[in-house]
Each structure stands twice: as C-alpha cells, then as structure tokens.
Design a binder for this molecule. Structure first.
Ligand SMILES: *Cc1c(COP(=O)(O)O)cnc(C)c1O
Length: 431
C-alpha cells in the first residue's frame, strides 16, 4: 500500500502525534527563507504552483551535472542511467496514484496538455455529431475549452452540471438529466481550483461507467493534496501537473486505462514514438512511448521523481490532514472579518486547501497588491474559471491556498495583513 508510511520514529517529517513536522519541512524549501518587501515570504498561492524542496532542485542539477544524456536509444553509460531514472519516475508515479502498471502513465507538459491529448486522440475518434460531453460549470478552462473545440468540430453537444448556493455541484437532476444514451464522456474536476469544493467524483464516475461512458478526472488540485487512487476512483483518465506538487514546471501526467491507450491514435508524431518507419509510413511504438514523441523533458521528469518521493515520505493522508486543519483555522478567522463573502462549502471535509473570498470594500486586485506589501502572496482574479465567476456574479475573487509548508502563524499574518489593508483602504477612501 502506498501509505504504509514509516512511523515517526525514523521519519523526521512526522511528529510523535502523527502530524506533519512543518518546521522541519520548511527547512527543505530555500525560497521560504527569502524576504519580500522586507518581510518574510508567506506563500499562499499553492493552487497556482507549489514551491520546490532542495531534494527536487538537487535532483534536477544532479542530472545535468552527472548523467545528462538522451534516453531510450543510447547504449552508453550516461544514456542508460538517464533512461533508468526517467522510467523509474514513471513507475513511482504509477505507484503514487495506484495505477496497475507504469505503462498507463504518459508524460506530457502539464494538465492542460494531458486533457488536450485525450481530446485530440480519443475524442476525435469517438465523438461524433449529436454525441454529448458532460462537464461542470466549475471546470478550469483547461477542462472546458478543449471539449468546446472538439464539440464544435464534431457537431457534438456539451452539457454542464450546475452549482448550488454553496458552490457544490447541483446534483438534483443527476444522473438522468445529464447522462443520456448520447453521452460519450464525463470530464470533471476533482477539486475546484476556484472555490475549493471537492466533488463526489467516485460516485459520479461509477454512475457513468455503468452506462459505458468514458470518464476523465482533472486531478490538478487533488493529486497534490490528498490520497488519489485511480483504481479506487475507477476513472478512465486522470490528468495532473508536477509543478503543483513540489515538482518542476514542464511535466504533466496523463493516466489512462490501458485498453483505451492501446487503441488510441498517437497525439504528436515523429521520433521516439515509432517502432518502424518506411518511406510509406510508420508503425507506432508501444504504450506509453507511442504518446511521447520527440525528446521528452528528461531532467524535469527525473526531478519530479524526487517530488513523489518527498510526498510519499510525508504520506498523503497527513498532507490532507494538515491542509484541513489550516483551512479550518483560516476559515474560522476569516469569518470574523466584517462583510466577507467566502465561497465554497461550510463542511471542511468537502473542501480542499483553497479559500476564495471577497471583501465588498476592496477589489481583489487591490487586496492582492496590498497583501504583497506584507510579503503575503495570494492570487486574485478569475483563476481560469470565468464561467464560474460569472455564475457567482463577480469578476474575480481573492484566493489563498495552502500546502505542506504553510503554518498557523502564516494564517495569522494573512488575517493581520487583510485587517491592515482594509483599514488602509477605508482611510484612503475617506480622504
Ligand atoms: C492548474 C489547473 C489546471 C491546469 O494546469 P496546468 O499545469 O496549468 O496545465 C487544470 N485544472 C485545474 C483544476 C487546475 O488547478
């Protein structure tokens, strides 16, 4: 089992009570030592990208210093070491998400590319005129726009599951109002990056699969933050990004059920993805290499392996527990602020480590700018969720999002900075 975690006795990252040793974890993140505008950095923009521990930074440098070579065809020592490290990461990723085989793991650039790969290959050959694709109104643009393009090209139809007053999916008409004989695909996010809602994806996937509908989960906000097991979820595809889970930018993962991957056409074509080429045509390499045309992002994939090791050592249950505690504390403090509007469900078990809010007296961009003066990094705007923002009736929100290195004191700093920003803003407006 993935979470057969070493006990705290031999694991420096775990406190005797079983929780994360955040002070110890913070020592691994050099960027957390820096100051911003003369103040300690409080990094609360983890839903956009996470910071990286020395283990990941070192793995990246170590590859370039010691065994940089192209992979898969080299018979020399460096090529072999690079190939082994690259393929080892594939096996680590497979174990991390409970995939039955490393062959189900395809390396791409990011979540966006993983979803596009499915749209361009599986989608192009399985979606036809009148077919239906079911999404939700809460999807990130990356899990919306590729399907809109596909639907337009094929004359297919999109159906969107709406949301209720707590920004949870409105499943009143589910499944009959959404899943019909024409439905070919259910593509849904696992955790909303906009408001933090965790969707009941396992139940929804089961309902879809009973009807023979293919399922894709956008795991960009779940895989980094909680235990995710593809065999437990039962999905056909899962997409996520390394850079949101302590890994480098430029690496994404597409998990696919092997039977589907085997019969899918390649996405990009050229080198690395063929088994034989003649002047007339080519035969494809086996899965997963069929989908990895050209020299891949070898260095970053290898460094991603170090990120997986790091998270595995922490244990994803503990990561989730830590974020729940921080979120719960932050919500209780934020709720005391006058006139604040906080989006997403009240129930902490239904939300990830993302808190989206608005203060009627300050535009989110102004708030973000003022918080930055206090060293506090949050994100403001539409969070690649324009349809969701439209549904909420706002142009954007302020969003604080947590990860393994965030502390309760940082939440206090956030609240204090918001207080000061509000006071300052009232003053400015009065003047
Ligand atoms: C960040 C994010 C994406 C896009 O990830 P990229 O790495 O930018 O491709 C997609 N979906 C969700 C839910 C996200 O949070």
């Amino acid at each position: 089992m993935r979470d057969s975690i070493p006990t705290h006795l031999n694991n420096p990252y775990i406190l005797p009570d079983g929780s994360l040793n955040v002070e110890r974890i913070r020592q691994d993140f050099p960027i957390l030592q820096r100051k911003v505008h003369g103040r300690p950095l409080v990094y609360l923009d983890n839903a956009a990208t996470s910071q990286k521990p020395v283990q990941v930074i070192d793995a990246l440098a170590d590859f370039y210093r010691r065994y940089n070579a192209n992979i898969h065809r080299a018979i020399h020592c460096l090529g072999e070491e690079a190939t082994n490290a690259y393929e080892e990461t594939r096996a680590k990723v497979a174990r991390f998400i409970g995939a039955p085989s490393p062959d189900c793991i395809i390396f791409v650039r990011n979540t966006t590319e993983a979803i596009n790969l499915v749209a361009y290959t599986w989608g192009r050959s399985h979606i036809g005129p009148g077919d239906e694709i079911v999404l939700t109104e809460m999807e990130h643009h990356s899990n919306m726009v590729p399907w809109q393009r596909l639907a337009q090209e094929k004359g297919a139809r999109l159906r969107y599951i709406g949301i209720n007053h707590e920004q949870c999916l409105d499943l009143d008409g589910w499944p009959h109002a959404y899943l019909t004989e024409r439905t070919k695909l259910l593509a849904i996010g696992h955790v909303s990056n906009g408001v933090g809602t965790i969707h009941p994806v396992k139940e929804m996937v089961a309902e879809a699969r009973r009807r023979g509908i293919v399922t894709l989960i956008d795991g960009a906000q779940s895989v980094p933050h909680m235990p995710v097991n593809v065999q437990d979820l039962g999905c056909d595809f899962l997409a996520f990004s390394a850079h949101k889970m302590l890994g480098p930018t430029g690496v994404g993962v597409l998990y696919g059920r092997l039977e589907l991957l085997v019969e899918m056409e390649p996405f990009l074509s050229g080198g690395e993805m063929i088994s034989r080429v003649t002047l007339e045509g080519a035969q494809w390499a086996h899965v997963p290499w069929k989908f990895e045309a050209g020299t891949p992002n070898i260095a970053d994939v290898i460094a991603f392996g170090a990120a997986i090791d790091y998270l595995s050592q922490l244990g994803m249950e503990r990561v989730r527990a830590h974020e729940m505690e921080l979120t719960s504390y932050a919500l209780s403090r934020l709720r005391q602020l006058e006139e604040i509007v906080i989006y997403g469900p009240q129930d902490i078990s239904q939300r990830g480590g993302v808190i989206s809010f608005n203060l009627p007296s300050i535009h989110p961009h102004d708030l973000g700018t003022l918080l930055d003066r206090f060293g506090v990094a949050i994100r403001t705007g539409h969070h690649c969720n324009q349809p969701l923002m439209r549904r909420l009736g706002v142009a954007g929100t302020a969003r604080a999002s947590f990860y393994v290195y965030n502390t309760f004191q940082e939440v206090d700093t956030l609240i204090e900075a918001i207080d000061r920003a509000q006071a300052r803003f009232r003053g400015d407006n009065a003047r």
